[in-house]
Design a protein around this ligand. Sequence first.
Ligand code: P6P
Length: 344
Amino acid sequence: MSAPVTYSSDSIVTIERHILEEQKTYPEATGVLTSLLYDIALVGKYIASRISRAGLVDILGATAAINVQGEVVMRLDELADETIIRLNQHTGRLAVMASEEHPDIIPIPEQYPTGKYVLLFDPLDGSSNIDVNAPVGTIFSIYRRISEEGPGTLSDCLQPGKNMVAGGYILFGTSTMLVYTSGNGTHGFTLDPTLGEFLLSHPNIQIPSKPKYYSVNQGYDIYWSEGVRKFTEYLQGKDGQSKPLSSRYIGSLVGDFHRTLLAGGIFYYPADKKDPKRPTGKLRLLYEAAPLAFVMAQAGGYASDGTQDILEIVPHDLHQRVPLFIGNRELVEKAEEFIRTYDT
Ligand code: P6P
């Protein structure tokens, strides 16, 4: 890993310039990944423009469509999904795509050339929060294809997070931010809507060493394991040893993750017994836990399923769910310790 790119404090750096500077640190780079990241930024600008008007234009309200997760699909979900597909399918950069909104892999139409990368994404996570104006986000991960050539395959998509070439998210909140890593540190860019540019606002993000918040849906603690309950009591200072952490929970993964990354602490969505069809919890490995784990690892944090590093898990299914504990390493490892002690 080469040293992260740095800039003088008074320079205005667009995401395009930052990505180009990063590309220069890889002599073998051909610029395809750079262009792919440009396209992700373009997706962010486009969706931001539509979301900011969501309250005004009649695109609120759920469609009749139900996605593969059995969740009612909001029209903005479909818009984000279609936008990402349409912006990327013809470029010749991708071998295959996969989306939370599609049960199977999304092949590149045969009239277009295929490329060497794989794009997995959750087009608009937390979309149930749109109607209440809470933050929502797009999460993406990029891999190199494993198959030699021609149409990409399911195996190209089922790679462990440690193979990821780049990953990140676009947060549509009080401002629109794009946070990504390509293995050279984690960097945040804020969209200046007047310029239509993502500007470098958070270079080389590092999770604060002093945790501030813990973030979990405590409404479901009756469904948790003993270890998770004990860990939560530890975070609340009920063991008499530790100071309590403050609690924050939005119910939108990208918003809860971003706060954890910038303020320090831990977010977790544990395995729960709420739904027998979902014994490992609600969050998906490929396009939620793994990209966020890569971003967090590059920011000095850690992500686990409660027993192992998220980035080491080899997926067996596109929409596989995993328990997720992500944030300061000391807290995530503490969760693993409680689970090892009480649940095994
Ligand atoms: P719960 C949103 O639906 C989502 O997929 C994530 O964005 C969020 O972290 C989680 O579900 C919230 O789930 O069960 O706490 O409402």
